[in-house]
Write a protein of this length. Structure first.
Length: 330
C-alpha cells in the first residue's frame, strides 16, 4: 500500500466516498483509490493485502468488490453532471489496477441516477430472515434488466426442486467451512468494531433455507430444526457472466451494485450466500445446474427487512492516494 494523499481534490473525495461504500466479503474493503492529476480522473485499485486468502484464494471476490466500487464511482461522476469515461484493466498484467474513471461530456442527471446515488449510503447487507412475502414479478423483472444493462444475468431460482438443490450446495460449502479451522479463524478475524460488529450478525446462521456464515460460532452451540429453515428465505437469485476473466468479474461487480442500489431504492435488501462459489468443485456444480452456458459469480437472497446497522468504513485518508506515488505498472 502507499502513503495517504493529504491534499485531494473535491471531486476525488466525492468519488472516493461513494466507492468506499460498496459491499465486500466480510466488509474487508479490499481496495484503494488514486486521483489522476488534480480532479482530472479517478482510479480503482485492488488492495490485495486485505484479500482473504482462504475465502478468496484466487481474488475473484476481491475483483467483484472492486467492480461494485467502480459502479459507485460512475454514479458519483454522474452526480457531478458528467458522463463517466471508464477504462477497465488499463494496464495489461497489472495485478491490482482495476479501472480508471474519467470525466466526459456534461449531461443532465436523470431521476433514476439520482435514486441510485441516494441509495449508495442506504444500502446494507442483510444477514438473517426477511419479512414474509415474495418480491413482485415486476420488480424482479426490473432487477434482471438492471443486471443485463451491465452485461450480466440475474436468474431467479423459483422452482422448489432447484431451490432445494441450491440450498444443499450452499449447506455443503458452509459445513466444510465450519469444520475447517483455517476458515473459522479467518472468519473470526473479520468480526469486531473494525470489520463486522457482532450486532451486524444478530441471528443463528441457519434460520433460512440457505445457510449463512457462522460469524459468531452459534451453530456450535445449538441447532435450528430443519422444519424452521424455510421461513423468511426471500427470493433467491444467481448472478452470472458470459466469461470468467478479470473483466467479467469486474462486470459482475458493477451489475451487482446496480441491482443492489436499484433494490435499495425500493426498500429491498440483499443477503449473500457465495460459499459454494469459493470451492471449485461446488462452483462447477452450480454452473452445471443453474448457469450451464455462463459462469456463476454471486448467490443472493432478496427481500424486505428492517435496515441493518451501518458497518464501519476505512477512513478516506487511508484509501485515497495520488497517482504519482504509485509504482510503474501498478
Amino acid at each position: 500500500m502507499t502513503t495517504a494523499y493529504r491534499n485531494p481534490g473535491h471531486a476525488a473525495l466525492h468519488l472516493a466516498r461513494a466507492a468506499s461504500l460498496a459491499p465486500s466479503p466480510h466488509n474487508v474493503q479490499p481496495w484503494f483509490f488514486a486521483e489522476v492529476g488534480h480532479d482530472r480522473g479517478f482510479e480503482v485499485h485492488a488492495d490485495n493485502g486485505r484479500r482473504l486468502l482462504l475465502t478468496d484464494p484466487g481474488g475473484r471476490q476481491t475483483t467483484i468488490a472492486g467492480g461494485a466500487a467502480l459502479f459507485n464511482a460512475r454514479i458519483a461522476v454522474r452526480q457531478l453532471g458528467f458522463r463517466p469515461v471508464v477504462d477497465v484493466l488499463p494496464v495489461p498484467g497489472g495485478p491490482g489496477f482495476l479501472a480508471r474513471v474519467g470525466f466526459g461530456a456534461h449531461a443532465p442527471v436523470t431521476r433514476g441516477e439520482t435514486r441510485l446515488a441516494r441509495a449508495i449510503g442506504q444500502r446494507r447487507t442483510h444477514r438473517g430472515r426477511f419479512a414474509s412475502g415474495a418480491l413482485s414479478e415486476t420488480l424482479l423483472d426490473d432487477l434482471c434488466v438492471q443486471a443485463r444493462a451491465e452485461g450480466a444475468e440475474l436468474q431467479p431460482v423459483d422452482s422448489p426442486d432447484r431451490l432445494e438443490l441450491l440450498a444443499e450446495l450452499v449447506r455443503a460449502a458452509e459445513d466444510r467451512h465450519r469444520t475447517d479451522p483455517g476458515h473459522a479463524a479467518e472468519l473470526a478475524c473479520c468480526v469486531g468494531p473494525w470489520g463486522l460488529p457482532a450486532e451486524a450478525c444478530p441471528g443463528h446462521p441457519d434460520l433460512t433455507l440457505l445457510a449463512g456464515r457462522d460469524y459468531l460460532r452459534l451453530a456450535h452451540r445449538y441447532t435450528v430444526p430443519v422444519r424452521n429453515r424455510r421461513v423468511g428465505t426471500g427470493t433467491v437469485v444467481v448472478l452470472s457472466t458470459p466469461g470468467d476473466s478479470r473483466a467479467d468479474r469486474l462486470r459482475a461487480g458493477q451489475a451487482l451494485q446496480r441491482v443492489l442500489l436499484y433494490a435499495t431504492a425500493r426498500g429491498v435488501r440483499a443477503a449473500f450466500h457465495t460459499q459454494p462459489l469459493e470451492l471449485p468443485a461446488l462452483r462447477r456444480e452450480i454452473r452445471a445446474w443453474f448457469t450451464p452456458s455462463r459462469f456463476p459469480q454471486l448467490v443472493l437472497r432478496l427481500g424486505h427487512a428492517a435496515p441493518a446497522p451501518r458497518l464501519p468504513r476505512r477512513p478516506l485518508d487511508g484509501l485515497l492516494v495520488h497517482e504519482s506515488v504509485l509504482v510503474p505498472g501498478r
